[in-house]
Design a binder for this molecule. Structure first.
Ligand code: FAD
Length: 437
């Protein structure tokens, strides 16, 4: 325990919840029948419901907890257009087959365009900006690897990426911590909980039923419809969409075996002196790095606090464990933040897949969109939207993430007991890489 890093007003809840705190609101009654039942009320579930409503298809969103309980109000709010696609939780970028890679990156780029359009069309006030991202190279070799990936990102995802050598790094970050890095211009940032609230409001404006505290406990197929059992009643539905991402549980064992829920943790600092705050990330970009166990960070929307995240541990741990580790990582990068105290620390689940790609499709008859692999603000919004368009039969083309292949592993049944060991191992590998850099 490092009590000196905790501010006297410290709270172990997301900083974002100061603006929108997940709430059940007035409980919407669970209807008897609906055309589409969506399980999970995060970005994916809401965006699917919203798109269905636009095609006059009635849908219900069933959320086990408060609205916004999952990762959608807990994330870092960095919005990427493809730079992270294929990056696994071991930090390794999994090579996608020649043909498919361009389609995958092009879909990731479309995901960025979609979120931009949705925020605009629905007038979502969520501090949406497009300042770009700086990805710091942890080693010289990583810098070279980034340089090699650059052309592909620019060609397939129109990323507007360019390299920044170490000598010019201070134009991006008030630190000499990295071996240079890559700027990806086509990236943005937003307030994740306000974006969530904006999607929720948009659904409500179109009379979409969004039911909090309605955990789905069983889904059974009958001859003509699905019987969706919840703790607040039974619904008959024509189609079912599973949008539970890092919170996928025993309801869908076949999907649970295909996603590994990995915890990610974030801290927010107290308000910093204005000059210091302005100096840390001069261009207001979001930042991440090429470590296996990466960190991601940015300034808060008002520019006064550092919001610093990473996989301090791969599992859910108490803030008294995660906050000191993240604070330490932050001070490694910004020694000028030594002594700055933490006001908020929180955690949430990210869903990793075994091929490090997001997935949508059909299994056992129902639709699913899962597997953000750490970058889901744009991507899960997009997969929900794509799933809805598929159900509405208005999709012009098959999304590249809509594939029959959704790998599992014979030794993994959905219980990620191995994560603490894996996390420790990759942290060690990171340290060794750096020593040899
Ligand atoms: C700490 C953290 C930082 C992140 N940072 C970023 C970032 O900077 N940029 C980025 O792009 N992505 C980031 N992500 C990932 C991003 O937040 C997620 O990809 C995205 O929010 C997933 O949205 P979703 O709708 O698929 O799932 P979620 O928002 O997680 O929602 C799933 C919901 O399903 C519900 N559910 C589960 N089972 C049932 C059931 N049986 N019945 C009913 N409901 C059920 C859960 O209660 C949950 O609310 C981060 C994630 C975390 C945790």
């Amino acid at each position: 325990m490092h009590p000196d890093i905790f501010h006297r007003d410290f709270t172990p809840t997301p900083y974002w919840w100061e603006a929108y705190r997940p709430s059940a609101g007035e409980l919407v009654e669970v209807p008897r029948s609906v055309r589409v039942a969506i399980v999970g009320g995060g970005y994916a579930g809401l965006s699917a419901a919203l798109e269905l409503a636009k095609h006059s298809i009635d849908a219900i969103v069933l959320e086990a907890n408060e609205l916004g309980y999952g990762a959608s109000t807990r994330n870092g709010g960095a919005v990427s257009g493809g730079v992270n696609v294929g990056k696994s939780f071991t930090g390794r970028t999994i090579e996608v087959d020649g043909d498919r890679v361009e389609r995958v990156l092009s879909d990731a780029s479309d995901a960025f365009a979609l979120i931009n359009r949705l925020i605009d069309e629905e007038k979502i006030a969520c501090f949406w900006e497009k300042p770009g991202r700086f990805v710091g190279a942890w080693t010289r070799k990583h810098y070279d690897g980034q340089s090699q990936r650059l052309a592909m990102l620019n060609a397939a995802a129109q990323s507007g990426a360019f390299m920044v050598p170490r000598e010019r790094q201070r134009e991006e970050i008030a630190s000499d911590y990295y071996f240079g890095g890559m700027v990806v211009e086509r990236s943005g940032k937003l307030h994740p909980a306000l974006y969530y609230k904006g999607l929720l409001d948009a659904c409500r404006r179109r009379n979409v039923m969004v039911c909090a505290k309605a955990a789905v406990t069983r889904i059974v197929q009958s001859s003509s419809a699905w019987r969706v059992e919840t703790n607040r009643g039974i619904i008959s539905a024509g189609d079912v969409v599973i949008a539970t991402n890092g919170y996928t549980g025993s309801l869908t064992p076949a999907l649970r075996r295909r996603v590994v829920p990995v915890a990610s943790h974030i801290i927010a600092t107290e308000e910093l002196p204005p000059d210091l705050a302005r100096s840390l990330i001069p261009k207001g970009r979001t930042l991440s790095d090429t470590k296996r166990v990466l960190c991601y960070y940015r300034m808060s929307p008002d520019g006064r606090r550092m919001v610093f995240g990473g996989r301090a541990r791969f599992t859910q741990v108490d803030a008294t464990v995660s906050a000191p580790i993240l604070h330490h990582y932050m001070v490694d990068r910004f020694p000028q933040l030594r002594g700055v105290r933490v006001t908020h620390a929180w955690t949430g689940n990210v869903a990793f897949t075994l091929d490090a790609l997001p997935h949508m499709g059909r299994r056992d008859g129902f639709h699913y969109c899962l597997g953000c692999n750490g970058s889901g603000v744009a991507m899960m919004t997009y997969l929900g939207w794509q799933t809805a368009r598929k159900i509405a039969r208005v999709a012009n083309y098959a999304c590249s993430f809509d594939s029959e292949e959704f790998p599992d592993h014979p030794l993994y049944s959905g219980n990620p007991w191995f994560l603490p060991v894996v996390g420790g191992y990759y942290r060690l590998r990171d340290s060794l890489d750096r020593l040899l850099a």
